[in-house]
Structures are given as C-alpha cells and as structure tokens.
Write a protein that binds this ligand. Structure first.
Ligand SMILES: Cc1cc2nc3c(=O)[nH]c(=O)nc-3n(C[C@H](O)[C@H](O)[C@H](O)COP(=O)(O)O)c2cc1C
Length: 188
C-alpha cells in the first residue's frame, strides 16, 4: 500500500488538564512523528470559542475562529481524540467543528478546510467501551463535513488504568492500535 507523509493537525476534545484524551493524543502524536509525519498538536484551551451563535458571527467573526480556521487550512490531515459524553460527541468538539465550517475570511466555504482531507479518530474513557459510541457519532459528523474518515479507529477503554506516570501507555499493544489508524491515514 502506498504511504504518504501527512501534515497533521491534532487535538483532544477535552479541556481538562489531566484529560485521558490529551494523554491519548500525545501518544498518537509521538507515533505519527516517528512514522515521519509532520504534526501540530493544539490544546483547545488556547482557542476558547463561544457556543456558536449567528449573532456573534454577524457582529464579526471572533479572532480565535479565524486563527483556528487558518490552522485547519494549513494541514492536510487531522487526528482527533474525543471523550464520550452521554453516548455522543462532547459539545466542545461539535462546537469547534461548527465554527470551522463557517465561511472563511476570503469568502470561501468553511467546508474547503475539510474537503479532500483525511482524519483519524480515537477516543479514551474509563468505561468498558472506551468512547466507541462517540467515535461512531464523530465518524458520521466528519463525513458530513466532506472529510475522508480513516476506516480503522481506536477506543481506549479503562483509560484511568492505561497510562504510566510519564503519560506513556502501560501496554505496548495500545501503540500498535494507534499505528494502524495512522497507517490508514497515510494510505489515503
Ligand atoms: C457529561 C458527561 C457525560 C459522560 N458520558 C459518558 C459516556 O456516555 N460514556 C463514557 O464512556 N464516559 C462518559 N463520561 C465519562 C468520561 O469518559 C470521562 O469523564 C473522561 O475522563 C472524559 O474524558 P477526558 O478525560 O479526556 O476529559 C461522561 C462524563 C461527563 C462529564
């Protein structure tokens, strides 16, 4: 299978300092970089966006939306680690995607940030399913934004037991599962 080097924008859908999904995405970033991909890891705490409101948009797009849209535009791939809230994608992830989908500064559709690009999706939860239901919802959401979603995904269950003190995986098998997601992205 042909593999191509990607320019990946990576983020976790959690603002929590000790977030399992932040630990998961940090591991995924290391793996992607070791495979030769160029990765930008962002913390959504650095992009505080209001809950989407058309009145805010009409009054002038928030600077942080423009800043994040510019980052999305610079990358050809995305890697997202999402928590699962009540069987669904957290509002943070949905809200971020909703703002990104709005018109760009140059008037182009926000969908141009996604179209023809690939995304890998992973999740972490202390629960037994590891956030699998959120992945299914996110897959559907991302496809509607015209992204190609890598067929392989990874849901890390018992996340509270999965990481060593230094944030690395206790079980090497978890790294292999992430490598498979990244390999799918590279095959795109
Ligand atoms: C509002 C809310 C709803 C949740 N619903 C689920 C759920 O449906 N499935 C699940 O596995 N965990 C659920 N959890 C637990 C989260 O998986 C857990 O808080 C996890 O640590 C969040 O991810 P983070 O560590 O990256 O912040 C929920 C947590 C919150 C706050």
């Amino acid at each position: 299978m042909t593999q191509s080097k990607k320019k990946i924008l990576a983020f976790a859908g959690s603002l929590r300092a000790d977030s399992f999904n932040k630990k998961l995405i940090q591991n995924a970033v290391k793996i992607a970089e070791s495979e030769g991909h160029e990765v930008t890891l962002i913390d959504l705490n650095d992009f505080p966006l209001p809950i989407y409101n058309g009145d805010i948009e009409d009054a002038g797009m928030p600077d942080k939306v423009r800043e994040l849209q510019a980052l999305f535009a610079k990358h050809d791939s995305f890697l997202i680690a999402t928590p699962e809230y009540n069987g669904a994608v957290p509002a943070l992830v949905k809200n971020t995607l909703d703002w990104m989908s709005r018109s760009l500064e140059n008037g182009d559709s926000g969908i141009t940030l996604f179209k023809g690009k690939v995304v890998g999706i992973i999740s972490a939860s202390p629960g037994a399913l590891g956030g699998l239901r959120a992945l299914l919802a996110l897959r559907d959401q991302l496809a509607k934004l015209s992204l190609w979603v890598a067929p392989t995904q990874f849901a890390l269950s018992k996340a509270h037991e999965a990481f060593a003190e230094d944030g690395s995986f206790k079980d090497e098998e978890q790294a292999k599962r992430i490598k498979a997601v990244i390999a799918d992205m590279a095959a795109f």
